[in-house]
Ligand binder design. Sequence first.
Ligand code: NAD
Ligand code: UGA
Length: 468
Amino acid sequence: MEIAVIGSGYVGLVAATCLAELGHEVLCVDNKLERVEALNEGKTLIHEEYLAELLARTRGSRLSFTTDSNYAIRKSTAIVIAVGTPQSSNGHADLSYVEAVAVEIARAATGYRLVIEKSTVPVCTNASIRKLMLENGCHEGSFDVVSNPEFLREGTAIRDFLYPDRIVVGAATHRAKRLMREIYSSLLDGSYASQPGAVPPPDDFNKPFYLETSPQSAELIKHASNSFLAMKISFINLVATIAEATGADIEEVRLGIGSDSRIGHRFLRAGIGYGGSCFPKDVAAFEAVAATCGAEWELLDAIRRINERQLARFLEKARDRIEEWECRNLSVLGLAFKGGTDDIRESPAIQVVQALLDEGYSVTAFDPAAMAHAAQVLQGNISYAADAYLAAENADALLILTEWDEFANLDLSRLKQVMNQPVILDGRNLFSPETMSSADFAYYSVGRAAVAIAAEEGPKQAEQPENG
Ligand code: NAD
Ligand code: UGA
């Protein structure tokens, strides 16, 4: 099918590339000329596994990039809206980008068009897009608007798109439903996975659950899913605070809770709070929707407040330990909002680092992908290192702020050799206290007892509990 994807950001670029990988003819549009030029020059723009190889085989053949939305809309049967829906000052989602695209489509379309709304939007946006299109030159029957929320995670975006748990399609007409099934057919029948050169499926791969719903249900599924995941994280962070105050170990507690198949292990990692371009704004937008509908919004407010407090609590702990160990030079591992991505939007790591820089500390940071972006926003006495060991050189303490896999595999004796003091503050619980104790590190993590060492005397002892 000929498909236009409007927006070449995280979701637009991944969706356009994957749709081309599935065999469709895709025109990906962005109104930022420099983005389109960079994509046409062969750049990938985001750090995402498999993106470079998929772009290499589709760019210039089934996939092209343009700023000309009119051309793309005229040429395509289906048009995917994948522009941003940032948070407005009142918490509601700012729909102005989505609305602008809807108007563009209405004005440029010649004949039937399937509009696929993929940006995350509040329930009932589908109806307002329809209305806007009718007001701007389209007539009933000449278009459908389908709500097709995207559930990909950054860091695993390509695999999530090609091997999703579910595909949700909120459509009102048979024609729209038929076209949507056609677009996703090779994922639904599993034929993509067995294609030579296909991106390898995950170990637990099953064909996706295909769910056709009303547009309102599809929109609500997306907001509710993100809010539920954020709730799991805030819940475990709340439990971590209790664990830390009472001498329990949050990693043991997490295993115990998650082993109940009704709860599950995923999204139960305690840390410094969730960040990213979606959870913070989507929880706020859902809270705004709930308030509008006269529903109880306090639960959503609590998710947000616990998240903010989690970061503040970690920062407080870091300050106490930094003072105790008389640190001046800090090393930071991790700047992205999560591992596997170069995205620093709403990154808790960035907030922690900026707070420490504002307090006058000198920081040497390393992140496998996000340093270039971080350098554009962080201000103060900060330098960037080429790897974790260089970042740790002469550090009085090392802070782990992003859950990159490679940080969990660091050579601890090498790290200890290069550091000025063996002090680690781990905001992501990447190590066990036992490992750190054996490696002679003073180790402070989240929801667990601290591992203390007597700096000069040698023998180490565990404090029980840290706050007790
Ligand atoms: P983004 O900010 O990275 O990208 C949006 C892109 O749209 C930008 O490049 C912008 O220049 C472009 N754009 C804006 N108006 C345009 C117009 N009129 N014509 C052409 N291009 C235009 O945003 P994103 O992270 O890709 O998110 C897009 C939407 O998808 C949001 O609603 C988000 O909540 C949702 N979403 C994001 C993710 C994610 O992991 N980032 C996952 C699922 C859903
Ligand atoms: C999230 C959802 O997981 C996707 O399904 C959704 O499509 C996307 O938002 C979106 O709508 O944009 P993403 O933000 O890419 O994806 O990343 P997550 O893996 O969800 O992590 C979000 C934040 O939560 C990160 O800061 C991460 O470090 C934190 N997190 C995650 C935890 O603190 N603990 C966990 O157990 C899991």
